[in-house]
Design a protein around this ligand. Structure first.
Ligand code: UTP
Length: 291
């Protein structure tokens, strides 16, 4: 089966849940400790064997492109200050993978953003990493999903069980167990289900592998929930044709598109930071005790 070498990162959303900061700073550029969220996605893709990434951006998102560029003026100042090692570290951010950028022009939904990637993908299967879903795992999640694609040739959704309350905001999956632990065949999906419509509590959390057939389906997909072209509406067609799998992946996911998710990601990563984690933990324990 074909290897997955291309990935699309949709990062053009308005980020209304992260206002007011998201009006001027893209939520994908919000930091987890000292790196923007999107750089964790690029790392994950790189470590999964991806060689080409398309980042879909929009107006007010120029800082994303700048982040993945060299900075000659900054670098010459660092070299003059005898800090060449820092220059090398900065350059590593944009090396080892080809990154291209494209504007969505209009924010008409995740499905609309992914549809922009057709020429880039060039008839290959590809990975999608939702720009505000950060996942820390032993094996990068895109690699976990790609392993299944490369064996089966079918689309694969990265899923995790969530509460009833959350699944009603996401999409419930009708998923049947296979003989492999954690791997399911997806039969159907219902976007934003009512309580009585919940089939399973498996939600798609930010990673999917899609076959190129998705583009033909997206062209026919009408605006759905919120008046947006929903990627899940197109993926549902693949599910109904029995060509979609799901993996209950190993990893911890943070929703960087929500204020609470952003805060949790920062606190949890700060606690395990090799440089100051111990000090931060001591501070945090004392702080919580005094509450
Ligand atoms: P979300 O629905 O979480 O992003 O989409 P959003 O629309 O920015 O969120 P809110 O509700 O306004 O806070 C998941 C990913 O898809 C991208 C977003 O940038 C995010 O990374 N997206 C969404 C696009 O690229 N284009 C769109 O039209 C919509």
């Amino acid at each position: 089966m074909k290897k997955i070498t291309k990935a699309v990162i949709p990062a053009a959303g308005l980020g209304t849940r992260m206002l007011p900061i998201a009006r001027t700073i893209p939520k994908e550029m919000l930091p987890i400790v000292d790196r923007p969220a999107i750089s964790y996605l690029v790392e994950e893709a790189k470590n999964s064997g991806i060689t080409d990434i398309l980042i879909i951006t929009g107006r007010n998102k120029e800082t994303i492109e700048n982040y993945f560029d060299y900075s000659p003026e900054y670098e010459s100042r660092l070299i003059a200050a005898g800090k060449k090692d820092l220059v090398n570290k900065l350059r590593q951010i944009c090396e080892g993978v080809n990154i291209t950028f494209m504007r969505q022009l209009e924010t008409k939904g995740l499905g609309h953003a992914v549809a922009r990637a057709e020429a880039f993908v060039g008839g290959q299967p590809f990975a999608v990493l939702y720009g505000d879903d950060i996942i820390f795992s032993k094996t990068p999640v895109v690699r976990q999903l790609a392993d299944i694609y490369e064996k089966t040739g079918l689309g694969v959704l990265g899923v995790k069980e969530v509460s009833d309350e959350l699944i009603m905001k996401y999409c419930t999956l009708d998923a049947a167990k296979t003989d492999k632990d954690g791997i399911y065949t997806v039969l159907d999906m219902i976007e934003k289900p009512k309580k009585e419509e919940i089939i399973t509590n498996f939600a798609i959390l930010g990673r999917v592998i899609l076959p190129p057939e998705i583009f033909g389906i997206l062209k026919e997909t009408k605006p759905g929930a919120g008046g947006e072209i929903q990627l899940t509406d197109a993926m549902k067609i693949l599910a109904k044709n029995n060509t979609m799998m799901a993996l209950d992946f190993e990893g911890k996911r943070y929703d960087m598109g929500s204020k609470l998710g952003f805060l949790k990601a920062n606190v949890e990563q700060a606690v395990i930071n090799p440089e100051f984690g111990q000090e931060f933990k001591t501070y945090l324990k004392k702080f919580v005790k005094e509450l």
